[in-house]
Design a protein around this ligand. Structure first.
Ligand SMILES: N#Cc1c(-c2ccc3ccn(Cc4ccc(CN5CCCC5)cc4)c3c2)n[nH]c1N
Length: 228
């Protein structure tokens, strides 16, 4: 999978050089290219924002640099990417959305700042490809970078070969619509706290049943919406 990321803070994504995704890049499983939106400005101040039409607080990102960035990535690609724009006004980014994006050969993440991106950028992107306006959650961040990083990690780890043990992906929270069961490791006793006996019993059927009950109980307690 190829992933292009456009941001006015490209250094934010340096962390993608390390950990699992960094190794996946080194193994050719992920081709992540980070771009500075200001590379597509042409004025002395490398301007990317301006005041909003209709008034209001803050600034809005100008469409021109985004249009040139979209065209530059398209020109350098074999087919149109899926354009992903993190936005508080987007539909929820869920594990289902991550799974869908993980099937795409090429993603373009556009990271906005200020009060957002001129709406015509989304319209233009939709005229040349599929656009996904996605929100990380019901809170306001200062820009799209944190959300894009989370989305890239959630999608990247689903690419075959990126995560060492693919079986673990199936047991995670939100994969089966339930929260995952509690996990324990050595020592068997720690600061007076033990491990549930069933996990030390070696009875795999009983362990599986206990884990299923635990998942169901914590989902009911913490995320009843997932059971609705
Ligand atoms: N995913 C995701 C996100 C984001 C996110 C994503 C992308 C950008 C680009 C800029 N910002 C900052 C910002 C700040 C306030 C507003 C609301 N204003 C009211 C009147 C006009 C806008 C809009 C954006 C962003 C925030 N926040 N929370 C999420 N879950």
């Amino acid at each position: 999978m190829r992933i292009d990321v456009v941001s006015i803070f490209p250094a934010f994504f340096d962390v993608l050089e390390v950990s699992l995704l960094g190794k996946a890049r080194g193994r050719g499983l992920l081709d992540i290219r980070v771009h500075d939106l200001r590379d597509w400005t042409h004025d002395r101040h490398r301007t990317v924002d301006d005041t909003p039409y209709g008034g209001g607080a803050g600034m809005v990102m100008k469409p021109e640099p985004w249009g040139e960035a979209i065209d530059a990535v398209r020109a350098d690609a074999s087919g149109p990417p899926v354009f992903v724009f993190p936005t508080p006004a987007g539909r929820p980014f869920t594990q289902r959305a991550a799974r869908a994006l993980a099937t795409e050969p090429h993603l373009f993440f556009g990271c906005g700042r200020y009060e957002g991106i001129d709406e015509r950028v989304f319209d233009y992107a939709a005229s040349v490809g599929r656009v996904e306006l996605l929100s990380l959650g019901d809170y306001v961040l200062n820009g799209g970078e944190v959300a894009a990083m989370a989305m890239i990690e959630a999608v990247g780890r689903l690419i075959p070969g990126v995560v060492g043990n693919p079986d673990s992906l199936a047991e995670e929270s939100h994969e089966g619509g339930m929260l995952e069961h509690p996990s324990y490791t050595k020592p068997a006793s720690w600061r007076g706290l033990g491990v549930p006996d069933v996990l030390l019993s070696g009875h795999h059927g009983e362990i599986a049943a206990w884990r299923a009950r635990q998942s169901e109980q914590r989902t009911r307690e913490r995320r009843p919406d997932l059971l609705a």
